[in-house]
Design a binder for this molecule. Structure first.
Ligand SMILES: [Zn+2]
Length: 210
């Protein structure tokens, strides 16, 4: 089943990967096929193209594997930033150029890359579009997101950083704020990823006075 979809869309893969939002909305079959190809390629590692090719040798498969390895992180980034209309979900900072690049934004993994399966590394529901400072604060466990999609700030961080006016204003005061959902067809983060972040990342890498 997967193989047929792969064959059907392989010729247009370059374009499809560049237009990930369109694919996700209008070509779910292609989306799953691309997911499968890219997941296999990532699981195999950069040097593992041979095992990917074992699934179906031929120049087309080879091209897909090559494109998938190169484009995997870009697919995730494109999906996540498009989902938030190139806006930081925490503070609303919008950064967009005509060519869709957003130099000030990152597609942050909720369940971190190091703890994620190949599929989870590409799943847009495991991503939040964040500006550089909030990506850092999220990754280091100063901030997390509750099951109602509200930002939650670390009490430990608050105790330590409350006297620092800008840390308080730009990070800690986000506590209770709802995630920005600027896109009409917005897909919210999946609760299992958020739960993982709350349990394993939030306040885990940063402790003070505890
Ligand atoms: Zn921000």
């Amino acid at each position: 089943v997967e193989g047929a979809a792969v064959d059907r869309y392989a010729k247009h893969l370059d374009r499809l990967l560049l237009d990930a939002t369109f694919v996700a909305r209008h070509l779910p079959g292609a989306d799953r096929a691309i997911d499968a190809i890219v997941s296999r390629a990532i699981a195999a590692g950069v040097g593992g193209a041979d095992s990917v090719l074992d699934n179906g040798p031929g120049p087309e498969t080879e091209r897909i594997a090559e494109v998938a390895l190169r484009k995997g992180p870009d697919v995730f980034r494109a999906r996540v930033l498009a989902n938030y209309a190139h806006t930081c979900a925490f503070c609303g900072l919008r950064s967009r150029l005509p060519d869709e690049n957003s130099f000030l934004l990152l597609a942050s993994h909720i369940r971190p890359w190091r703890n994620a399966s190949a599929h989870e590394r590409l799943d847009p529901r495991n991503g939040i579009s964040l500006c550089a400072i909030h990506d850092r604060a999220f990754d280091w466990g100063f901030l997390t997101v509750d099951r109602d999609f509200r930002v939650q700030a670390s009490r430990h961080a608050h105790d330590h950083y409350a006297p620092e006016e800008r840390v308080r204003a730009e990070i800690l005061d986000l506590n209770g704020r709802s995630l920005a959902r600027p896109d009409r067809d917005y897909v919210p983060p999946a609760e299992p990823y958020l739960a993982f972040h709350r349990e394993n990342v939030f306040e885990k890498r940063f402790r003070c006075g505890a």
